[in-house]
Design a protein around this ligand. Sequence first.
Ligand SMILES: Cc1cc2nc3c(=O)[nH]c(=O)nc-3n(C[C@H](O)[C@H](O)[C@H](O)COP(=O)(O)OP(=O)(O)OC[C@H]3O[C@@H](n4cnc5c(N)ncnc54)[C@H](O)[C@@H]3O)c2cc1C
Ligand code: FES
Length: 324
Amino acid sequence: MNQVTITYEGDEISCDPDKTILDNLLDQQKSVTHSCKKGSCLTCVMKTSHEVDPKSTAPLKPTMVEQGYFLSCQQKPQSGMVLSAPESNDLFIKAQIKSVEYLMGHVFRVYLRPLEDFNYRAGQFLNIKGPEGEVRSYSIASIPADDLIELHVTEHKHGIVSRWLCNVERTGAEIEISGANGDCFYMPGKPEQAMLLIGTSTGLAPLLGIIRDAIDNGHHGKIVLYHGAVRDSGLYMRRTLSKLAEETANLTICYGTLEHSDDNDNAVGNIQDIALSKNPNLKDWRVFLCGDPEMVKKTKTKAYLADAALSDILADPFELRTTL
Ligand SMILES: Cc1cc2nc3c(=O)[nH]c(=O)nc-3n(C[C@H](O)[C@H](O)[C@H](O)COP(=O)(O)OP(=O)(O)OC[C@H]3O[C@@H](n4cnc5c(N)ncnc54)[C@H](O)[C@@H]3O)c2cc1C
Ligand code: FES
């Protein structure tokens, strides 16, 4: 097979041109920060002055692209490419963990205070550097007017960063966070447009920020939130959501679980099927989909087939680290 040679951090590396740069480097035991390998988390950025595939820069901010950043999981190697690892100062700022609070099921709420300038749109996500430098993404549940950044984190049984972050003893610790990323947020304009928001588990976090932002921007079209989980214990913050719905005439909230519960009258089934059966025609609607990647992928297609314009479907799949 024809190999191509690239230079990474000064080392010449012979690469399989059919694999991504990230996979080539991982195959050769190079330590490269990454998580999803699907272009969602933006943790695998590196720098080059070589021309790259637009797909590998599309999700990045223009300021990062100008500095030569691209996603190594979305780029195949080209002969003669010279690459360097990202500079931590370009990507991360310090933040303090103000509190870690157990909510329900496996979900914790983490409040952060950035110690440097941090600008964001409600619904975007930030990346957090874990104990050994692993980087993972978390969506922002707060709105910029809030004093602190609010995150909802599912604690994964064997998860490196989520278990580290959900430790209440970490309150007061300094951590490193990236700037805010992603385009799943509320754009002011068309305040009369109907909005459908579907989230599974902590997919609620960005949707909560988006709803609060829309309300603050005077959105008066109907807003319908569907929150789904496997079982009741995944439907956290119901009291907060009920209060918000009581205060907001145009907001309706519906819940669904895969498992039936005697304690609650949630609809039973996939939350996306429940939502789309009640709202079969999405012409002129704005649709937000966050959480389980399978749900996001399938519902994007279904929303499009239900007549939502592609430009009105905004999504954040919570891709987990992949070892494939
Ligand atoms: C854009 C985006 C937004 C996101 N927003 C959020 C959010 O708001 N809230 C949230 O909670 N998450 C969110 N995520 C997911 C988050 O980034 C992390 O992927 C998640 O917290 C898991 O990271 P971890 O380091 O704890 O797990 P990892 O160490 O990365 O492990 C990944 C998975 O593998 C399993 N695993 C690991 N080791 C083993 C083992 N030895 N045996 C069996 N299983 C194993 C873990 O249990 C976990 O399920 C988001 C992801 C993306 C891409
Ligand atoms: S975007 Fe490349 S690993 Fe997630």
